[in-house]
Design a protein around this ligand. Structure first.
Ligand code: 6R9
Length: 692
């Protein structure tokens, strides 16, 4: 067993009886809690008993096999899926060492399958045809709909037939620019059914960003809708697509057709701008096609989708995932990390425009035959209780969201939560950024009534699925820690020289050897793939994240390593300082960046959002600094607190530190592109407060 699992081993072989966690509980609780590291939250006995992985030793048994014999471990799982033809002799092959030639990862090569078939046909054949696949909740509370697996199958087939009829063939690209309507997963699945490669562009990106993606992947067709309502705002999506398409055709890339869904509740057909010959109304044509469509069988290593993600440079990276490994990996991670059971009702608040919406709204859940909620709107419309209203309405059992949403709802007060029952909930999940212990606590205590384990899942667009995640019921959680690696994943922490460090340590998070869900290349740029991810530490996949491992082997993600600040030779994670700040009862959110400092090299500059109604005062400023001194050390005390009514965030909720760094260093003429912000006016507010 690798070093970091020794603690789990000791839990599993504890003298009080193998894997009996309560004994350990008593031991730990007998000591005073020295720090967050010692803050253990135990799953209830009842939860553990019914869990897929009920104990540390069950996990260790499975984990060890997945590392010693990855081929055997993953082919046993793959055998539960439908394959037209079985994969070749070799389950996988990999080269992750740039010094030994091109980076190459393959899983189940030679295996012939189809992920859409496994999501739909297979579930219908096994008797789940009448089970609800998708519940759709509109922006307005009284607008909703649902599709059973059979109905979803029919819709997907009709669209697949339309696509074929319009010249889309295997390996052609289709850009999808849709909000959270059922037509979004329907389009993804229809592409997969005929072997076309989908590239979903989050329907909050500007025309400029959409154009950039169209130019890069040259789609045969673009699928969109006329408009969407998010809260009280109506967004005219078709206008954005029109702008991108006319610009692209002037640049030599002309897209033949633009299939447009009429999202009636947001905008009527008559009000939609139209380009004859190119634009097609979805409702006019798609329902006329047959409700069955033959599957195009593909190789496990044929591409499934392209998803653009931001890198450190301006040009977005087209992350490419293939079929077989991704299918097995998303299905398996979904099942174990959420302890999924057939009776669960699952809601992930992510948009399908992000990887979370690919792996854990669409593919992972549907491969498991789950009932999935899709929500079109925003979490605070008509008020901040909407999420819990939806939870009660559909009796949601698994609720998966992002820390930013947790913190914003936390700020609005418990009232909105406690008003609803939430009795159906049994597992909670978090993704996207490190969840600070105080938000974790609130999520656990208030939302989950201290009953529901939280799966804090660390992973990336590039990894396809969960990499480090709790398995609820298997071991105690530590608020803020993603805990231990998923099956088949060997995380390593390396120092600057790329040397693996053991035991209690912190450094760069890398992964040794491949896993089925790993991305295979950056579209059209295999060099950049190798340079960004495999050259920094030869022999490993480099995540770009910092991580520490505590004395018990738990993993603590500290954020992107480009966000590390070095103060007088002390390396301080911005996430650490932020977590300290937000633990202050009057601090709602914080973002910390490094600024040049004459004496210390870098100083710490903290943007702080206060709890609603709390005034900015000098005393509060001091007490915020004190909280950081007390929790981390004097060296980590912020040099400057900058009041921030709100923080500049991308539409996916990530804080844009690039902009904060410029504001902090007063390089106001170098703010760069702020159009990707959810609300660009935040920037002016911050600049105005810079002198306060
Ligand atoms: C799934 C997703 C990836 C980056 C990743 C890391 C951060 C995601 C996290 C987390 C700490 C977690 N991140 N989940 N950090 N704990 N549970 O978000 O993909 O958009 O590609 O972002 O997000 O920094 O490197 P993506």
């Amino acid at each position: 067993t690798t070093n970091h699992l020794r603690h789990l081993e000791s839990m599993a072989t504890h003298p009080s009886g193998a894997g009996k966690i309560p004994r350990l509980n008593a031991v730990i609780l007998g000591e005073s809690l020295a720090s967050e590291e010692d803050d253990l939250v135990f799953p209830s006995h009842d939860f553990s008993q019914q869990a897929h992985v009920p104990s540390p030793q069950k996990y260790l048994e499975m984990y060890n096999r997945s590392i010693v014999d990855p081929g055997g471990f993953w082919s046993d799982i793959a055998a539960e899926f439908y394959w037209k033809e079985k994969w070749g002799q070799q389950v996988y092959s990999e080269n992750l060492d740039v010094t030994k030639g091109n980076i190459k990862i393959e899983w189940f090569k030679g295996g012939i399958t189809n992920i859409c078939y496994n999501c739909l046909d297979k579930n219908i054949e096994s008797g789940n045809g009448d089970k609800v696949a998708l519940h759709w909740e509109g922006n307005e509370p009284d607008v909703d709909g649902s599709l059973t697996y059979r109905q979803l199958f029919e819709r997907v087939c009709q669209l697949a037939n339309f696509l074929k009829d319009n010249g889309v063939k295997k390996d052609d690209t289709v850009i999808i620019y849709l909000p959270m309507l059922m037509e979004l997963p329907i389009t993804m699945l229809a592409c997969a059914r005929i072997g076309a490669v989908h590239s979903v562009v989050f329907a909050g990106y500007s025309a400029e960003s959409l154009l950039q993606r169209i130019m890069d992947c040259k789609p045969k067709i673009v699928v969109t809708c006329n408009a969407v309502k998010r809260g009280k705002k109506v967004l005219n999506l078709k206008e954005i697509v029109d702008a991108a398409l006319s610009e692209s055709s002037q640049n030599g890339i002309s897209v033949d057709s633009c299939l447009t869904y009429e999202n009636e509740s947001a905008m009527k057909k008559e009000d939609t701008k139209w380009q004859k010959g190119r634009d097609i109304w979805w409702q006019d044509v798609v329902p006329k096609y047959p409700t069955t469509c033959d599957v195009v069988w593909v190789d496990a290593e044929d591409p499934l989708f392209l998803l653009y993600t931001s890198g450190s440079t301006g040009k977005p990276k087209g992350v490419l995932h293939t079929t077989g490994g991704y299918m097995i990996y998303t299905a398996t991670t979904f099942k174990y990390a959420f302890d999924y059971k057939e009776s669960d009702i699952y809601w992930c608040t992510a948009d399908c425009g992000w990887i979370t919406g690919h792996s854990y709204v669409t593919y992972g859940p549907l491969l498991n035959g789950a009932t999935v909620i899709l929500y079109e709107g925003v979490p605070n419309y008509p008020d901040s209780g909407r999420c819990w209203e939806i939870v009660d309405k559909y009796k949601v059992t698994i609720f998966y969201t992002a820390p930013t949403l947790v913190r914003s709802l936390m700020r609005d007060g418990n009232e909105y939560v406690t008003r609803y029952s939430r009795k159906s909930l049994r597992v909670l999940g978090s993704v996207g950024e490190p969840i600070n212990p105080s938000a974790w606590r609130w999520f656990f205590n208030v939302v989950g009534d201290s009953r529901c384990p939280i799966s804090d899942t660390w992973w990336q667009t590039e990894t396809g699925g969960f990499m480090i995640t709790p398995l609820p019921g298997a071991w105690p959680q530590k608020p803020g820690s993603a805990t231990f690696p998923f099956f088949g994943v060997e995380p390593v922490i390396v120092d600057e020289k790329g040397k693996e460090i053991e035991g209690e340590c912190s450094g760069y998070l890398c992964v040794k050897s491949s896993w089925p869900g790993a991305f295979r290349t950056l579209y059209g740029d295999h060099d950049r793939y190798e340079t960004t991810y495999f050259k920094p530490f030869p022999g490993y996949y480099f995540s770009g994240d910092g991580c520490s491992r505590d004395k018990n082997g738990y993993h603590w993600l500290t954020g992107r390593v480009d966000d590390v600040i070095n103060v007088s030779g002390h390396r301080i994670g911005t996430a650490e300082v932020e977590s300290a700040l937000v633990s202050h009862p009057q601090c709602a959110e914080a973002a910390v960046v490094g600024v040049e400092h004459e004496v210390k090299g870098q100083g710490i500059y903290a943007f702080v959002t206060l709890v609603e109604g709390v005034p900015y005062t000098e005393d509060l400023r001091k007490s915020l600094v004190l909280v950081v001194r007390n929790q981390i050390g004097a060296f980590a005390a912020p040099d400057r607190i900058h009041w921030a009514p709100s923080l500049p965030k991308t539409r996916s909720g990530k804080i844009m530190r690039r902009i904060l760094r410029k504001i902090a260093s007063r390089q106001l003429d170098e703010l760069g592109d702020i159009s990707t912000l959810a609300d660009p006016s935040v920037v002016d507010q911050l600049i105005a407060l810079a002198h306060s």
